[in-house]
Write a protein that binds this ligand. Structure first.
Ligand code: NDP
Ligand code: NDP
Length: 317
């Protein structure tokens, strides 16, 4: 395929695998890049030396472009930036912070910079900051999320109207039909997270992968808006949070309940009771663990078939 985003990243398909803490290390990122999409290493869960190792392994496993996701909330961000520059990572996706802070510096080193937003206002700010492309992520998405609950279906056309930069849609997309819908709404590419957790290459724990396969519509919920809004699977830990709300928990109580390392516990160590499981609404549509390359293939095949189907449809006006 040829389009703005394929040209910008030098990739075959406008399909990006989201950077996901504890789930997307070098193995997943390189597999997606080798399959013609753009793979992203999620650096938010990695200590600096771990990111260094993952970038080196990713470079050894693929000669295609790949990216690193840099959540700006990350405590040792300066060390991550130096590692990224040292290894000449071609593309960085920044998220959860102000795009003005690092865009110019990364671009000075020849790095393509993309910023993730959840609203029109932040999309405009990201464009003003000089990023090369914008990811607009809707309410359906897993993990950290916007506060306004704007769904992908509403967000993408509104962001499209407001900016002229290449636009990548995220949140609720996991199939070729979803990809066509997002492109029809005005996006130039899609970013897909949850679907890629259910792969052998993802570093998510098998118990977390199985939980996704067994989940249904309505099994995730956006919560903890007072802290950082996050979409979670409704497991035992989520139920503790729900109970705390019912008991009138303050922000401080919620912070104490969350504690530290819940995401690692749930997603990486497979503790389905005490851990936090970050996944999007699309989980209910994921029924099988498949290699990342097979998923890329399947999505692109379905995307093409959906275009054919739409072209063949007989509408009466
Ligand atoms: P890898 O190159 O995959 O991992 C190298 C290091 O990175 C390890 O220290 C590992 O953690 C860490 N790591 C891997 N993925 C992530 C991630 N997404 N976020 C943060 N840190 C990460 O080689 P290994 O031989 O260590 O691992 C082989 C596979 O097994 C990998 O997919 C790995 O993620 C998984 N694994 C799962 C574990 C678990 O479920 N408890 C434990 C170890 C590995 P660490 O130092 O904790 O091993
Ligand atoms: P917590 O504060 O609960 O825990 C920190 C976790 O990150 C621990 O598991 C710790 O591993 C690991 N970690 C890696 N590097 C560091 C470091 N330099 N200092 C301290 N801890 C480190 O945070 P979360 O697990 O909720 O989030 C971790 C990061 O991921 C944050 O930067 C957050 O912004 C980002 N994030 C991004 C999301 C997204 O959707 N983009 C979603 C959720 C979080 P260990 O236990 O081995 O010490």
């Amino acid at each position: 395929m040829k389009n703005k985003v394929c040209e910008l990243f030098q990739i075959k398909y406008p399909l990006i695998q989201a950077g996901m803490i504890w789930c997307s290390g070098w193995e997943l990122a390189s597999a997606v890049s080798n399959a013609g999409g753009l793979g992203i290493i999620g650096s938010g869960s990695m200590y600096p030396e771990i990111l260094d190792e993952h970038i080196q392994k990713c470079k050894a496993a693929t000669n295609q472009p790949f990216a690193v996701n840099l959540p700006m909330l990350y405590p040792n961000i300066e060390e991550h930036i130096q590692t990224i520059i040292k290894h000449q990572v071609p593309i960085v996706f920044t998220s959860a912070g102000n795009p003005k802070t690092y865009t110019a510096r990364l671009k000075e080193h020849g790095i393509t910079v993309v910023h993730v937003v959840s609203s029109v206002k932040f999309a405009k700010k990201a464009e003003e900051a000089g990023v090369d492309a914008i990811v607009a992520e809707g309410f359906e998405a897993g993990g950290h999320n916007g506060r306004d609950e704007t769904t992908t279906f509403c967000l993408i056309p509104m962001v499209r109207e407001a900016i002229s930069s290449p636009l990548i849609a995220a949140g609720g997309i996991g199939t070729g039909r979803g990809m066509l819908a997002a492109l029809t709404l005005g996006a130039d590419a899609v970013q897909i997270g949850s679907r890629f957790i259910a792969t052998p290459e993802s570093s998510a724990h098998q118990q977390f992968k199985d939980t996704i396969l067994n989940s249904e519509e309505g099994d995730t919920m956006l919560t903890l808006k007072e802290l950082t809004p996050v979409r979670l699977m409704k497991n035992a830990f989520y139920k503790q949070v729900e109970k705390a709300y019912e008991d009138g928990a303050t922000k401080e109580d919620l912070n104490t309940l969350l504690g530290r390392g819940r995401a690692k516990k749930g997603m990486f160590e497979g503790d389905l009771v005490e851990g936090e499981l970050e996944v999007g609404q699309i989980a209910g549509l994921i029924h099988e663990i498949k290699p990342a390359a097979a998923i890329v293939d399947e999505i692109i095949t379905e995307f093409k078939a959906a275009i054919e189907e739409r072209n063949a449809a007989k509408y009466t006006f």
